[in-house]
Ligand binder design. Sequence first.
Ligand code: ATP
Ligand code: MG
Length: 445
Amino acid sequence: MLSPPGYVTDALSRLEAAGYEACLVGGCVRDSLRGETPQDWDIATSALPQQTIQVFASLPVIPTGLRHGTVTVLVEGHPLEITTYRIDGSYTDGRHPDGVTFTSRLEEDLARRDFTVNALAWNPRLGLVDLYGGQKDLEDRILRCVGEPTRRFEEDALRILRGLRFAATLNLRVEPATWQAMMDCRQLLDRVARERISAELRKLLLGESTGEILERAAPILGVFLPEILPMVGLDQHNPHHLWDVWGHTCQAIQLAPKDSIVREALLFHDIGKPPCFTLDEQGTGHFYGHAQVSAAMAETILTRLRWEQEAIHQITTLIQWHMAQIPPTRPVVRRWLNRLGEENFRRLLAVRQADLGASAPSPQGQEEVARLRELLEEVLAEGLCFSRKDLAVTGRDLLALGCPPGPAVGELLAFLLEEVLSERQPNRRDILLDLARTQLDGKSL
Ligand code: ATP
Ligand code: MG
């Protein structure tokens, strides 16, 4: 029922032929049972790391995580992680096991795993080893801890976030006792390293049912993102909005494509609304300036969570412009392409669409986004110039015309670009050179 590629079964049989037990474990078994192709095939074995190294002595071996019992072997050019069965020691700090003990018993290795759907093992000889009902939970679409949930989250609080991630990406319902323990233990997340939290949060955002999970999980996220808590239940007092700010945010993420930058931008796009909220005399709510405030808050939060600088820049740019008026005309589209680049302009439109989709129905807004997309395709298909480097003249041409070196070159290029973007002039070398000449003459008069 599992059909791993040949190099994987080869590795399993080599270990077994040497007298050890070896199985596929964790995500690859789970994903195979779900009918998906696993990203990687992890092997667990009774062989000790040194013994694994001996079994694969003829192949390149990288001792990746020897301390935790992991050896990476290059089999037919594919890296395979092979980890010795282990028992995690007690977790006095709620983060790392105090020590790792190797064992020759598969049952003990499965018992340390977080969720029943992740505690599955398989090999051709044993078939499926499912000691915790993981297969049935997968069929019933249930996420459940292995063992007593509170204890498991006390050992390692990151499992709370992993649980949300698996529920969202695998579309599982969190079993009530597991959910209750997630809520009860959530404060322990403040002891978990920021990098571990960020890595899980990023994966959580890319799930199938992320919006639904996030909506219920606000108190958990609030432990490391306290800024979201005032969004929960904040009535917008505005006919454009049907949901509170947090409900709207979750709905928008749910509607968005699975692009990290888009979904991260949506998570924070309205986070500045609570501090910007005002009520006018008619009782209508307003959030003047919230796009800028949200962008600034997102920058602080993402820096705190150790996000990469480049991603922070892209995310905050999208947030900053999420309310911008973008009339659907070609010059406008070209100017935005110039400002954001193709990829991020596409993302801005995706943010727009999700934001509108999660507000009161606005056919006009949706049509506008659709029209902007058409224009974008048109402009790109025609290869129309939209940045300085695509201009038919260069700084060197301008110097040759007698433009003084220094800032004047940049200014003149910017002027020419604007003429082309606004479609007042075509991007033709002869015409732009003439125009530059006229400008230079005008200046020297
Ligand atoms: P993915 O598709 O994201 O790789 P995965 O299930 O393989 O999913 P990993 O983080 O690669 O997830 O972990 C591999 C396996 O190790 C899990 O399936 C689980 O059995 C176990 N595991 C990983 N992290 C923990 C943890 N913090 N606590 C308990 N078990 C864990
Ligand atoms: Mg994995």
